[in-house]
Design a protein around this ligand. Structure first.
Ligand SMILES: [Mn+2]
Length: 335
């Protein structure tokens, strides 16, 4: 199947002789893998001389603000559609496989005369032509690393430097939780080992991605954790976050990141729920579980979805307390 990635490398080399630029589309809700992979590829392409553009329509999360190469990003707005589109010869979805996950950039992506994808999600669909979907890769960063290796052969010179190595290492560390998730393979370590031959500040990356917190976040977590409800002999954990709690702490949704993982990590807990009040008639429920509880199936009963161990759903016209009671009852039946 690696001939597809060779074909993508050939197509990128041929971009040198064609009018217009190659546009890169990391997915929305951008994370370390999507952004690190897109920036690394953008830098390498510009090093070869291929005109490349990286339009984004969201802010970079604080955690990723340390990444090198952020100046390559262009702010995309809908009123720029025509001028951007005129310059586009090839659109590449990165860490996603089609226009579904590119948000407001979708119209621009769909207008591209040619499309490609570099993705590792199982839901990415079939590989083909310029679509390389490789679910055995732990991160899109592994795929981009392979692609850059092929571009180096064609260009006849080294294209990596400290910057691209840091970016791809960030991508891989981000999606493997620092080489601890079950998606981590021997190939992940081989790729990481090659990247480590360069000059990478590993601790900086892991601090930024996982350990860095804020005073706001710390106090907010303290409040949430104090009021966690455990039930069913400690097999179920549930936390509630009302609108006023975030307001009181001048916190945002982003400050809730990681809360549910802590709940799930409590010994004996098989399923954890975080119910967040979005507004007066909308609640968002996040679910994390162990093997014994299929979170995706549970969520589907309420029109939600996700993965077996991480899923979500929304509830309308229900108070936080009513929702808590219902979830505890229904999930209790499942346990
Ligand atoms: Mn990814």
């Amino acid at each position: 199947m690696s001939e597809i990635i060779d074909r993508i490398a050939d197509r990128l080399m041929s971009a040198l002789d064609k009018p217009g630029s190659v546009f890169l589309y990391p997915h929305i809700g951008i994370d370390g893998d999507a952004l690190g992979s897109a920036l690394a590829l953008a830098l390498v392409l510009s090093r070869i001389g291929v005109p490349v553009r990286l339009p984004l329509d969201e802010d970079i999360p604080d955690r990723l603000n340390f990444l090198p190469g952020l100046d390559l990003i262009e702010c995309y707005r809908e009123d720029l559609l025509e001028s951007f589109s005129r310059d586009q010869q090839l659109a590449i979805a990165i860490d996603c496989s089609d226009s579904e996950r590119v948000g407001r950039r979708r119209a621009l992506f769909d207008l591209s005369p040619e499309k490609a994808a570099l993705d590792h999600h199982v839901s990415g669909g079939e590989s083909g032509d310029l679509r390389w979907i490789d679910p055995s890769a732990a991160a899109a960063g592994e795929i981009v690393f392979d692609l850059i290796t092929r571009l180096e052969k064609r260009a006849g010179r080294r294209l990596h430097d400290e910057t691209t190595e840091t970016l791809l290492m960030t991508a891989i560390i981000s999606d493997t939780g620092g080489f601890v998730y079950s998606n981590t393979t021997a190939r992940t370590f081989r790729t990481a080992a090659s990247l480590m031959d360069g000059d990478i500040n590993l601790r900086r990356i892991t601090y930024q991605l996982f350990d860095m917190t804020s005073q706001v976040r710390m106090r907010l977590m303290g409040r949430i954790f104090t009021d966690v409800r455990f039930s069913h002999e400690g097999r179920l954990a549930l936390a509630l976050v009302g609108q006023n709690l975030l307001a009181e702490h001048q916190a945002t949704d982003a400050d809730l990141e990681g809360v549910i993982a802590h709940l799930r990590n409590v010994a004996g807990v098989e399923v954890a729920f975080l119910i967040r009040e979005i507004d007066n008639d909308l609640l968002r429920v996040n679910i994390r579980s162990s093997d014994s509880f299929n979170a995706a199936d549970f969520a589907q009963n309420y029109g939600g979805g996700g993965h077996p161990k991480a899923a979500g759903l929304q509830l309308r016209n229900m108070s936080l307390d009513d929702a808590a009671r219902m979830i505890v009852d229904k999930a209790g039946e499942w346990l």
